[in-house]
Design a binder for this molecule. Structure first.
Ligand SMILES: Nc1nc2c(ncn2[C@@H]2O[C@H](COP(=O)(O)OP(=O)(O)O)[C@@H](O)[C@H]2O)c(=O)[nH]1
Ligand SMILES: [Mg+2]
Length: 220
């Protein structure tokens, strides 16, 4: 048991080390890096497709899934370079996986890098990848109590996107309750309701990314 704990601590400290190296690499390239975390089906890839088409910046994507390169193919079809990581069972990305995937991208040609984590509200929250910000993506059909139930992500997420607002007329969901619960856990969280289908509420999200890119380029 004690041995298992020690091995676990070693894995965590190795991840911290590689994440720091990733962060330094991204900073050298003046890249703004977002780690997108949400349940399977919340709309992460759909959000990225719409974002890539409207952002007007050079973006790359690292896709994480247990299996298949379906999402990387969707991103390439939206016009951006994408690298797929298949975790073969692991429930979240780690910094080493991201390091290998990043080496396949021409980072110098990019302004912004999106990492779509494996669909999961629990495991990805604790693993630093070297990103600038964690973005939590929740969606209306999942229910408005999810931030309260899965706090580990919401205490760490700089941004919470409440996706699928086009479904609000059909689903019982209080944007106010979800937003208030997010703010209770992180008073600085930027909470943005939006729809990746109708693009209602998209502009503040695009502006958030553009501001992050400006900050990263000033530092890089
Ligand atoms: N109505 C509606 N459907 C959405 C929205 N965003 C995504 N979807 C749908 O939700 C499903 C899952 O989307 P996907 O992007 O694959 O989710 P992911 O697993 O989080 O990457 C797909 O059928 C999408 O068309 C949205 O804003 N509104
Ligand atoms: Mg996806």
């Amino acid at each position: 048991m004690a041995q298992g704990k020690a091995a676990g601590a070693k894995v965590v400290s190795k991840n911290v080390e590689i994440a720091a190296a990733n962060r330094a690499l991204f900073r050298r390239h003046g890249l703004f890096v977002l780690n997108l975390i949400g349940s399977p089906g919340a709309g992460k890839t759909t959000l990225l497709e719409g974002t890539l088409k409207r952002l007007g910046l050079k973006a790359g994507v690292i896709e994480g899934d247990v299996k298949t390169s379906i999402d990387a193919e969707r991103i390439r079809a939206a016009g951006a370079p994408a690298v797929q990581i298949e975790t073969q069972g692991a429930c979240h990305l780690d910094a080493a996986m991201v390091s290998r995937a990043a080496s396949e991208l021409d980072l110098g040609a990019l302004d912004v890098l999106f990492i779509e984590n494996v669909g999961n509200l629990v495991c990805p929250a604790g693993s630093d990848l070297g990103e600038d910000v964690k973005v939590a993506l929740i969606s209306v059909p999942e229910g408005d109590e999810k931030p309260a139930k899965y706090p580990a992500l919401f205490v760490r997420a700089a941004v919470v996107l409440i996706n699928k607002t086009d479904l609000l007329p059909y689903v019982e969901y209080s944007v106010e309750r979800a937003s208030a619960d997010c703010r209770k856990m992180n008073n600085d969280a930027v909470v943005l309701p939006l729809s990746s289908k109708t693009y209602e509420g998209f502009e503040p999200w695009l502006e958030y990314i553009r501001a992050g890119v400006r900050r990263a380029q000033a530092k890089g």
